[in-house]
Design a binder for this molecule. Sequence first.
Ligand code: ADP
Ligand code: MG
Length: 229
Amino acid sequence: DQEKLQQYEKLSVLGELAAGIAHEIRNPITSLKGFLQLIESSTSTNANSSTYTKIMLSEIDRINMIVSELLILGKPKELKIHKQFISEILETVVTLTRTQAILYNIEIHLTIPSDLSQTCVSCDENKLKQVFINIIKNAIEAMKHEGAINVKVALDNGFVVINIIDQGEGIPKEKLLKLGRQFFSTKENGTGLGLMISSTIIEEHGGKIHIESEEGKGTTVKIMLPISK
Ligand code: ADP
Ligand code: MG
């Protein structure tokens, strides 16, 4: 049946991921081991070992990030579905991400037409928030210095449509095709898991995610979720 198929699909996605994950995690662990050996054997100064510890801490952060993103993907059964106002979810998310955006001189505008203030979706609130945070973080990272991110909400045929529009560097056509694949990232510290996990979560909610982009102009991520009556 439907649920079994979905479960099977998730398991196979996880299976495909396993090889990549092992590789991704082995790299920082190998480097951690190397630095520990250096510290152990060295007669070096404190200055040196503080450089080592900085690198080690950032490698540990990277392992943590990969593992925590994977944990979410690996626990699809734990969806806790409740009826929530989409406006409240977006307001929380925008408040959270603004604290990061301010550091880059980036404004985030949220526009919800007043007749949508009571619109609800059946969702796992935390997972949905995580999706929006992922996508707004990507928008911030794509804009770098300044600009505005517009989050606009509309209705379409029984769906609530959330557009996250940035004025960032955009995505070249050939890269657009690779988005949402495991570990596809153009960032130095990226995991490339954000979009993959986001689309899994949106699909679990019966929704769709669609990305349009123009190089040099910006990107629009469109998320459609079924309205809860
Ligand atoms: P990560 O952010 O860790 O790189 P994601 O899955 O969130 O992983 O995104 C994958 C890649 O998609 C990014 O590295 C970036 O190249 C591209 N991308 C995603 N969102 C945007 C955006 N809003 N503007 C430009 N590029 C984007
Ligand atoms: Mg990301």
